[in-house]
Design a protein around this ligand. Structure first.
Ligand code: PLP
Length: 285
């Protein structure tokens, strides 16, 4: 049985209740985060909380918890749920109104929910042990504010399900210009001639914290060149390597797209080198 945090209380998951009038439930009107934690050590805590604050400000939810308030909840969840490999899910919705009305209500307290769930151990930077991802591709049909980490994830769910039904681990998405955006729950990258290339931050993609850390780590190290620029789907299909990143997966190598191998269909050497660097530096953030 897991212990969760709901509106200033720690309680068993089975006893956690929210109102059906909660705007998170009715409208997907909220912001969330997932922070990975390994043996009690979180990765990217500060950047995750900053992104949550940005998201709350972007949708006008007044909720001013700072890093120390969130850290206390995360530490408690780790203590109360065992400190293995955990994803810490943090969620703030606009709260429960007395009526269903689109405009923001006045004087309604946000609903704050957090819980811990088990995640896979971090991947080992060794090509011979790596499991390659298979992905599908689809036209990105989500909304035009994908930089906000909204709890309204139906667009992402539909894209993920499309790939899932074909036996794929993820769905790579492209816009009307046939340019890669991201995946349904991950950021996306190609490697060409040793250069790691990923779409730039804009409204079409989530500013992933794994992406932020990875690009910073690679640039500081300097042995692998990084470019942030538009990537066409032709480039994706002709890449030497393709990766997707997220907090719970770190860097996942893609070996098959729409049933066709990426390059020779094997996990590539740049993935291994990048994951080595990421693994060594990730707890610095
Ligand atoms: N893009 C989308 C749409 C996501 O949902 C996620 C994670 O949930 C990511 C990218 C990766 O973000 P992060 O590295 O912060 O987990």
């Amino acid at each position: 049985m897991s212990t969760v945090f709901l509106n200033h209380q720690y309680l068993p998951m089975e006893e956690a209740r929210i109102s059906p009038m909660d705007r998170g439930f009715l409208f997907g009107d909220g912001i969330y985060e997932v922070i990975p934690s390994y043996n009690g050590k979180m990765v990217g805590f500060g950047p995750h909380i900053q992104r949550m604050r940005n998201g709350l400000a972007a949708i006008g939810i007044q909720f001013d918890w700072d890093e120390s308030a969130w850290r206390e909840v995360c530490d408690q969840l780790i203590q109360r749920n065992g400190s293995g490999n955990l994803g810490l899910y943090l969620h703030v919705s606009r709260g429960a109104d007395s009526k269903r009305f689109h405009a923001y209500p006045e004087g309604v307290a946000p609903t704050v929910f957090a819980y811990a769930f088990e995640i896979a151990p971090p991947p080992v930077p060794d090509r011979s042990q790596a499991t390659g991802y298979k992905v599908a591709t689809a036209r990105d049909l989500r909304w035009q504010r994908c930089h906000i980490k909204s709890t309204a994830l139906l667009g992402n769910v539909l894209h993920f399900q499309y790939g899932y039904e074909q036996g794929a681990n993820e769905t790579l998405l492209y816009n009307s210009n046939n340019e890669l955006t991201e995946a349904s729950a991950c950021n996306a990258y190609i490697v060409k001639d040793g250069v790691v290339i990923t779409p730039p931050l804009d409204n079409q993609i989530l500013p992933g914290i794994t992406r932020q850390l990875l690009l910073d780590i690679l640039r500081r190290d300097g042995s692998i060149t990084v470019e942030e620029r538009a990537v066409t789907m032709d480039e994706v299909f002709n890449a030497d390597e393709v990766w997707v990143t997220s907090s719970s997966k770190e860097i996942a190598p893609v070996v098959e797209i729409d049933g066709k191998p990426v390059a020779d269909g094997k996990v590539g050497p740049v993935w291994e080198a990048a994951l080595k660097l990421y693994s060594a530096a990730k707890f610095d953030y």
